[in-house]
Design a binder for this molecule. Structure first.
Ligand SMILES: [Zn+2]
Ligand SMILES: [Zn+2]
Length: 260
């Protein structure tokens, strides 16, 4: 069994055939999907999905660093009341993305800090996105950690300065199907170094299809491809990778075993 720990099922790419997509995920032995919602509309849709597929689709919510400028006075209240009503299982994604800098870096940092504070206040894991921003990501996690911060670095790009710091701080590290891309040596080297008891897997769909389906829409059933690649890199079995990564995801996202 697998858990796709990061999907975006409310994107228009899934509008026409989501039931079939979910069916394929179940057939591929994906036992749960954590859907990441990044605006009001997506949160609304995702909470509906969590109702339509109980004990299967779970909702995490935040603001992508690209949209940090959407943060306003009501944002903190909005997310924390959803969480207090037990509708969210994670805060995020949040973090820093200096690749496109679609929101100013200073604002991204401010919003990132607020989300990390919120995650601790609510005792929820933080789903962290960090792209070309390793140093600042490390500093902010260190500074904001009041001892209760837990979370995952999602879509890990292979920068082991960030990776080692995250491991030291007790974080999990999550790999997507970009680990299957020919040029992804850095990511594969990271997967070799990071111990299996700290690794999670995700699709980040509809983005980042595995190499064999590259250019097409990605979907949760393809999370198996991430596990297969990690097994190959580590010289272990896919079953071992499935067991370990699913156990890790359960520990982080369902610490009280309250999923079932
Ligand atoms: Zn991301
Ligand atoms: Zn994402």
């Amino acid at each position: 069994m697998y858990i796709d720990t990061h999907a975006h099922l409310t994107f228009p790419e899934f509008e026409l055939d989501l039931p079939e997509v979910i069916e394929r995920a179940k057939k591929a032995r994906v036992e749960a999907i954590i859907n990441i919602a990044l605006d009001d509309e997506a949160v609304k849709k995702s909470l509906q999905l969590s109702k339509d597929y109980p004990d299967y689709i779970f909702t995490g919510a935040g603001l992508h660093p690209h949209e940090a400028s959407q943060w306003n006075d009501s944002t903190y209240e909005k997310f924390s009341s959803l969480a207090k009503e037990h509708k969210l299982i994670a805060i995020g994604e949040t973090g820093l993305d200096y690749h496109y800098k679609l929101s100013p870096a200073d604002l991204q940092k401010k919003v990132f800090r607020s989300f990390l504070q919120m995650a601790q206040e609510l005792d929820l894991p933080a789903v962290i996105h960090s792209r070309e921003a390793a140093r600042d990501t490390i500093d902010i996690i260190r500074e904001e950690n009041k001892g209760k911060l837990k979370g995952v670095l999602h879509c890990f790009a292979g920068d082991m300065e960030l990776g080692r710091a995250a491991l030291e701080m007790g974080f999990y590290i999550s790999f997507t199907n970009n680990i299957t891309y020919p040029k992804a040596d850095l990511i594969r080297a990271a997967a070799k170094e990071i111990p299996l008891d700290r690794i999670m897997i995700e699709t980040d769909c509809p983005f980042l299809s595995p190499q064999v389906f590259r250019g097409q829409r990605n979907e949760p059933s393809y999370v198996v491809k991430v596990a297969e690649k990690i097994a190959e890199i580590k010289g272990s079995t896919v079953e071992d990778v499935a067991l370990a990564t699913t156990g890790n995801a359960r520990r982080l996202f369902f610490p009280r075993g309250d999923r079932r």
